[in-house]
Design a protein around this ligand. Structure first.
Ligand code: CMP
Length: 137
């Protein structure tokens, strides 16, 4: 049984499709073990995406992620990291397969609706960034 971190980004929250996205996780057999809506500060977003600090898109990424609230969740299930990534589709919505979350809800590579941990190791770090163990059931 794996756990992974999901972020529903400000664009998808503003479109009022949080429930539709969470439903897709549940329909695919992932369980919501924790969830909350949060407004990230600039320091939060910079710390969360620190691995991308040297990339040319970092500044725009941070600005976008603090442009409105996000919904962060811990998803749990067999093969959760990969299953979640398959449901999201490619990072660039133009390349995302039909029927994936990004194909259906994302507008651009920055406003790409969702984030998901890319490995089990990063999932543990990302979950710890947002949730204490006692908040995950
Ligand atoms: P996410 O999965 O949240 O991880 C980093 C984010 O940076 C990514 O989704 C995109 O929204 C954003 N981003 C912008 N430009 C790029 C790029 N060229 N390559 C990867 N990610 C990018």
């Amino acid at each position: 049984m794996e756990q992974t971190l999901s972020i529903i980004k400000p664009d998808a929250v503003a479109k009022n499709v949080v429930g539709q996205i969470l439903s897709r996780f549940e329909a695919a057999g992932l369980r919501i073990a924790a969830t909350k809506k949060v407004q990230l500060s600039q320091a939060d977003a910079e710390a969360f995406y620190a691995v991308h600090a040297e990339r040319p898109f970092f500044k725009d990424l941070v600005s976008f992620m603090i442009s409105g609230p996000v919904v962060v969740s811990v998803l749990e299930g067999d093969n959760a990291v990969l299953k979640h990534r398959d449901l999201m589709g490619a990072t660039n919505p133009k390349e995302a397969a039909p029927g994936t979350i990004r194909a259906d809800f994302a507008d651009s590579i920055d406003a790409n609706a969702v984030h998901g941990s890319d490995s089990l190791e990063n999932a543990k770090i990302e979950i710890g960034f947002f949730f204490a163990a006692r908040d995950i059931y």
